[in-house]
Every structure is written in C-alpha cells, then in structure tokens.
Design a protein around this ligand. Structure first.
Ligand code: MRU
Length: 312
C-alpha cells in the first residue's frame, strides 16, 4: 500500500478522512484540490506532507502564487514547506526535473522509514514489548511504512511485540481511526486508550516505552507533535518510562532554534465541539483547538532518525 504516489500524471492518495469505514483513493490534479486535501487531513502526517508538497509543485508548474499557497497549507509540519522548496528549486530545469525530484523524495521517505524501523528496533531492549503511542505515525503518515509505528512494525516482524496501547487522539481521532486500522492489518495486538488515561497507565506500570513521531524538531531538540505528546512526556518522565521521538532527518529544522518559535496550528472550535459531525456541547460553546504541542528536549530520552540516535 502506498499512501501517496504519482500515477498517470496525477497525485493519487488514500483519503484518510474515510478510514476506517472505507478505503478510498482519490486522484488530485490541481494545487487547489491538493491544498483542500491537506487542510481537511485527507493526507496528513509530516513525511506524507513532504511528499505531497513536492508532488504538488509538479501540479503547480511555475505558478508562484500556487506554490506559496501550497507551502502554507498547514504551518507546523516542516516537511510540507521542505518538500515544496526541494521540488521548486528544480523549476528552472523544467517539469521533468521537478517530477524526478518529487519521486526521489518519495523513494527516500520509503528508505528512511525502513532505516528508522531498524534503528529503533535495535535500540529498544526486551522481547515482549509494550509500547504506548499517540496519533498515527504508520504508513498512512508516510508513503509505505511509518516512523514510530514503523519501529513497532519492525519489532513485530522480529517477534518482539507484546502489545500497543494506542491513544485515541482527540479531536480528530487519528489513533482510534487510523492507528488501530494499521495495527490490525499488521497483526499487532493492541488496545485503544482514552487520551486522558495515558499518563495514569504509565504511572501504573506495564509500558516499556512511549514512541511518538514529530512534525518539527527545533535545533535544540524541542519537538512539536500531535497535541497530547507533552502530557505523555511528563507522565513518562515521572514514571521512569523512556520517551522516544522517531522522525526522519527532514523533520529537523535547524532554522528554528527552540520550540518557542514553532508555529502551532489552531484548527478552530468546530472539531472540538463536534465528533464526526455530531454536536457534543450546548449550542454556541467555544473551544480551543491547538493541533500540536511542544515537548521540551529534556523530556525526550532520544530522537531516532533514519541516520542516527540523538540524545539530549
Ligand atoms: O494533524 P496530523 O494528523 O497531520 O498530525 C500528525 C502527527 O502529529 C504525527 O505524529 C507526525 O506528523 C509524525 S507522522 C509520522
């Protein structure tokens, strides 16, 4: 399965808003369609957004306004802007060169996820591992295999996984809808956990490590990732459970010195006051909806990339 690819002159991607009920792919042939797909999270996850950004430049051609709008479609995951910039740098060489660059980024993501899986599985100790994770960091967030969930997949292939505790990931439920779907397909035993139960389950014992992905890693190691990562990191530190960030080198942003400078996407109240279209609250209730938070580097045991293991 490829989450996103270039097929017969257009982008083809799995519409993640339809999972787990339906597995549907959509064809995207304009930048506006792609921006819409990114904003409504039909395609999501930092590595997949990097590939989407690069392939989107193929659709944009030399329309600079379209390229700028695509680059800004979502602000937090650095991979989107990175992918756009990588591909746009080849515009002068012509459309073939841009497409070649975008396909190289796709192929490098596939290889990076394999490398992260192996490095992470080599690093973790133990034979019957119980892993807690948040959001979705599997193949759906990348091209073929994932980042944090890629480590789980490699551990499972090596016969070392006992169980994943997957947090629901309110408000858009990437954990409940997507991670459980992927773990089911992999055959990894798993249980779903309400977000607020995460730190308590860590304190109670029975989790060997927390593995999460990243949307942007600042130069000092502070890591922006799905909202809820910070409370898990605090809980993990208090419980003495190692807390690992798994991300490709392309998610490290040396132009951003610390987490304080990372722009956190606010997605507005509608996603919080409703759940899959059904209103939960009295009419008129307002809500805050930061899509990401920042985990300070001192709460991170190590960052596992496709090239190295970075410790504080
Ligand atoms: O809002 P999303 O679903 O795009 O958020 C995704 C995450 O926070 C992931 O953990 C991150 O992009 C890493 S994905 C391998």
């Amino acid at each position: 399965m490829r989450t996103i690819d270039w097929v017969d002159g257009a982008i083809e991607l799995v519409d993640q808003t339809r999972l787990p009920d339906e597995y549907v792919t959509v064809r995207i042939s304009t930048v506006d369609e792609l921006i819409d797909a990114i904003r409504r999270l039909a395609v999501r996850g930092a590595p997949a957004l990097g590939v989407a950004g690069a392939l989107g430049v193929v659709l944009a051609g030399d329309d600079q306004d379209a390229i700028a709008r695509l680059r800004a479609a979502r602000p937090t995951a650095v991979n989107l802007a990175w992918g756009v910039d990588q591909a746009a740098a080849w515009l002068r060489q012509g459309p073939e060169a841009v497409l070649e660059t975008a396909l190289r980024i796709r192929d490098e993501d596939i290889a990076a996820c394999v490398a992260m899986g192996e490095r992470g599985a080599d690093l973790l100790e133990g034979d019957r591992l119980r892993i807690m994770t948040l959001c979705n960091t599997g193949g759906l967030a990348a091209v073929e295999r994932g980042t944090a969930l890629g480590v789980v997949q490699t551990l499972h292939e090596r016969g070392r996984m006992a169980e994943v505790l997957a947090l629901e990931t309110r408000p858009l439920l990437q954990g409940a809808r997507l991670t459980t779907w992927e773990l089911g397909r992999m055959g990894v035993p798993h249980r779903l956990v309400a977000d607020s139960a995460g730190p308590y389950l860590l304190a109670r014992g029975g989790v060997d490590a927390v593995l999460i992905g990243a949307d942007r890693i600042a130069a000092n190691g502070d890591t922006a990732n799905k909202i809820g990562s910070y409370s898990l990191a605090l809980g993990a530190q208090r419980a003495g459970v190692p807390f690992y960030v798994v991300a490709p080198e392309t998610t490290i942003d040396f132009a951003t010195p610390t987490g304080e400078q990372i722009e956190i996407e606010d997605r507005g109240p509608a996603e919080v006051v409703t759940i899959r279209g059904v209103r939960l609250t009295p009419e008129g209730t307002d809500a805050a909806n930061p899509a990401f938070d920042v985990t300070p580097h001192d709460l991170i045991t190590a960052i596992i990339t496709d090239k190295r293991v970075i410790r504080p």
